[in-house]
Design a protein around this ligand. Sequence first.
Ligand code: HSE
Length: 340
Amino acid sequence: MRIIIVGFGVVGQSFVKILLSKSAELYSTFGLNPRVVACVDSNGMAISQDGLDLGRLLEAKRMNKSVLAYHEKTICLNTSDLIENTEAEVMIEATPTNLENGEPGISHIVSAMKSKKHVITVNKGPLALAFASLLELSNYNNVRLAFSGTVGGGTPILEFAKKCLRGDRILSFRGILNGTTNYILSKMEEEGFTFQEALADAKQAGYAEASPKLDIEGYDAAAKLVIMANWIMSRKVSIGDVPRLGISDVNLNMIRNAHNNGKAIRLIAYCDTDELNVMPLEIQRDDPICVTGTLNAVTFSCEYSGEKTIVGRGAGGLETASAILRDLIEIRESISNPFD
Ligand code: HSE
């Protein structure tokens, strides 16, 4: 399967590392033989229709900070032209999330779909702003739009709701959708870190967004909430519809007071058929969604089967890359079994 990777930060590189270390298993178990034919980062691109040497690609990125150094001569193409004119089955969109206009992610996704390529995106911006139209475009072009990694990092929150709870009706859900803020709040509570120390740690570990304001002010959680609301609850909403409050006003005193009352402060996202919001709330310490570190947790309230909670790591390069791999395997299977 020929793949174009657009965006080669922590997640894109982690995905390539997984491909390098698992290639034999991917083939023997899933019949998957991925070939990365182009890779684009913010400084340039590397292209080979025979498949890029992934070890060399990672080395070029590590040594020179760009895949540009993969070739001796600089290749200079517009990214959308590259996507449209390169023969490939799948385009992976992993550029940083932009919640103002969704670009350049939206253009990349549209270019891929118009040229009949399946899309895997871990970029939340396009879906938080234009979920319905992108899904419609994918249907029109008969290609898949896969986005497991946009919510929950490596934790299959979307698949859990969509597939495991099939037949039941989800009435509402509430949970922690942002790893960085959860990491900050739990470090402040458990280890007495200051807000800035905890944020610096989260940045260093690659959990935070390129612009950490997206995490701290609740935009990232709101974007994920929108994706879930559209996909799981069939709500037609976008990020502007979400009342939102971040954690920048949460201080150590508030955290200690909550702690002394058997509670913890967490950034909670909530959705039912009418309401939708993101805000810091005190929750009971024994609430199943009261997780620590970069864990995400969501409790779904279902009509027949009651409440169920899914918990797992919500941020991180390898974690999110594992979601890309899940999507890729599913696309591979859908190509082999188109009626599934
Ligand atoms: N910045 C995001 C988070 C990354 O902390 O949850 C995963 O979407």
